[in-house]
Design a protein around this ligand. Sequence first.
Ligand SMILES: [Zn+2]
Length: 255
Amino acid sequence: MKAKCLWCFKESPEVTFDKKAHTIPKSLGGQNFNNNVCDNCNEYFGNRNERNRKYSIEEALKEAFNISRRRLLNSGKTKRKIGDFKSKFFDIKQRNGKYRLSIKPSFRFSSGFQKELCRAFKRGLYKMFLEELNRQKNIGYEPKFDVIRQFARYDKGDLPVLYFNRVIGIMMMFDREAETPILFFDRMKYLYSNDKFTEIEFLGHVFGFPISKFNIEDYKNYVSKSIENKKGFFTDAVFIQKMTDVDITLKIMND
Ligand SMILES: [Zn+2]
């Protein structure tokens, strides 16, 4: 069967499909590939190719999630060593079995920097989402998902992403998940999805976002149903606009 790229819709031989396209970055422990991502699009997400950015979309994902992953791996009964990740923005040092995080000067708190990094991170979430959706459920080419393609692949428009803050202490994870992270769509009953919005759980974090065009009524309806679903598990939700809106160090684990 002829491969057709999930992002640009081009087919071989116009584009090639030689490289393995990790749906979740390899450096985060991702082991799955999507065969429907052409080499151009795969490179696009991994390269710093737009407007002299200092990091790629994949790097924005790695920066945020590596810290969570280290925290989770370190909290299990058996401590595991994982490959050293050279972070641009954070110093992570291990001492007496505890991780200490310090912020490098390159992680600026100015709103311009935070907005830009956050936008790359959001686009990265959508990249993982669509590629995993396609891999797991064999869908994703439908025109309704074009808003995702426009935002993640072509840097057009903006989509609101909600981040749900957990109630302290409530987190169910298997050790294995931190080693080889999986993107979950519907495992937990607190995740709510309908035809226009979806929620994913990844490395202890829950995000909710639109997956197609929507209007204000759709949005209100989604938020109210989602919040209802999350009673007892989550305290509130925030629109992520800065990287610091996401609890990347998983403070809620409180250990
Ligand atoms: Zn492509």
